[in-house]
Design a protein around this ligand. Structure first.
Ligand SMILES: NC(=O)c1ccc[n+]([C@@H]2O[C@H](COP(=O)([O-])OP(=O)(O)OC[C@H]3O[C@@H](n4cnc5c(N)ncnc54)[C@H](OP(=O)(O)O)[C@@H]3O)[C@@H](O)[C@H]2O)c1
Length: 346
């Protein structure tokens, strides 16, 4: 058997090139000939473009596909959307074996593994194919946010806060621009450019008047602009910057965050960035609606002012949920900590 473990690791690297916005999962695919040589590889570049399997098949010499193994990070789809089903394309090309890391939770697109097995293709999960747990785990993580959102039928929520070392997002006099440096702010814009929607509360709109666009370091607009969403009962002022900026924006005049997320889900939003402020972020945390936290920490002490989060309903240390650190990196003089909600709380 060709080195499926290596191929799944490579497929994961390829998947990571794809966008996290646009409603589709990140997927990578490596096609291995019967002798283990790599025939071709592909990844999904976002909604409306070829799926990873189709991209890999398109780049392959058809003669080398008979009896080949397709190694994919996600079960091949089995439905005709903007692109034809990958299950049928793999079968038609003569693929003999399919190894996938994660099953497709989308009720519309799933069923590829069963259909392929019914056609006599040898279909294995990565685990059954003997791929080591760390390789399978990394492959699963590449689409975990999308998979979780699909299973739950609610967007994956990233909560963001840019704070001082002592956890403040504004000084005592209300000044808050800028707590973090240029590198951290540029990074935050790349995150904006990789979500379907950016959400803030009315308080942030009335205080800061943000445009909420995703911008590059030179100030130009990024290729993908998220939907800009304001949540809260107060009106968005007629002259608000987010009204003038290019792209779509939406005011949800409610404090019911679950209903707001349901409405965004129905509008096709799968990945959301809640940028604050502290009132909105705290409510979202308290209601267990935040899946991933991005805490930008600047080496400045404010001693007072607005805390990044307020009452979370935690009364004793033992009752405080411990988040799972995913990455820590320095951005200029600042630090970014990315953490996921504790397992089992999803
Ligand atoms: N450093 C950072 O990362 C960062 C990011 C954003 C903001 N900020 C700072 O935060 C400050 C603004 O803070 P803020 O807390 O007033 O802003 P906010 O969280 O954006 O807005 C709070 C408002 O949101 C509405 N809201 C929507 N859903 C709600 C819910 N479930 N529960 C309660 N209220 C809800 C309420 O207004 P309605 O009465 O309209 O319903 C509430 O007053 C500014 O100084 C800004 O600079 C800092």
């Amino acid at each position: 058997m060709p080195d499926v473990s290596w191929a799944l690791g490579r497929a994961t690297e390829l998947a990571e090139r794809g966008p996290q916005h646009g409603g589709n999962p990140r997927v990578g695919c490596v096609l291995l000939a019967a002798d283990g040589a790599v025939v071709s590889e592909g990844w999904h570049g976002g909604a409306g473009t070829a799926h990873a399997e189709a991209a890999a098949l398109a780049g392959a010499d058809p003669a080398r596909l008979r009896g080949a193994t397709a190694v994919v990070t996600l079960e091949p789809c089995h439905h005709s959307g903007r692109t034809p089903p990958c299950s049928r394309a793999l079968h038609a090309a003569g693929i003999a074996r399919v190894v996938h890391a994660v099953g497709d939770p989308d009720p519309v697109a799933s069923g590829g593994a069963r259909w392929l097995a019914g056609q006599g293709v040898d279909v294995l999960t990565a685990e059954d194919a003997g791929v080591p747990v760390d390789v399978t785990g990394r492959a699963a993580r590449v689409s975990a946010a999308w998979v979780t959102a699909m299973r739950r039928r609610r967007p994956w929520v990233v909560g963001k806060s840019a704070m001082s070392l002592d956890g403040r997002v504004a000084a005592a006099d209300g000044t808050s621009r800028w707590i973090t440096g240029a590198a951290a702010r540029t990074h935050a814009h790349t995150v904006r450019a990789d979500v379907d929607a950016v959400v803030v509360g009315t308080g942030t709109v009335l205080t800061d008047d943000p445009a909420l666009t995703a911008r590059r370091a030179d100030g130009t607009l990024a290729c993908h602009q998220p939907l800009r969403v304001v949540v809260g009962r107060r009106a968005v002022p007629p002259g608000a910057a987010l009204r003038q900026a290019p792209g779509d924006w939406l005011h949800l005049p409610t404090r019911d965050l679950r209903a707001a997320l349901d409405q965004l889900w129905d509008a096709g939003v799968r990945r959301v960035l809640v940028e604050g402020g502290p009132t909105l972020l705290s409510r979202a945390l308290r209601e267990h609606l935040v899946d991933e936290l991005h805490a930008y920490l600047a080496p400045v002490l404010l001693g007072g002012g607005l805390p990044a989060v307020t009452d979370l309903g935690v009364s004793t240390l033992a009752g405080a949920p411990r988040w799972r650190p995913v990455t820590t990196r320095t951005l200029g003089e600042d630090l970014l900590v990315v953490a996921h909600r504790p397992e089992g709380d999803l």
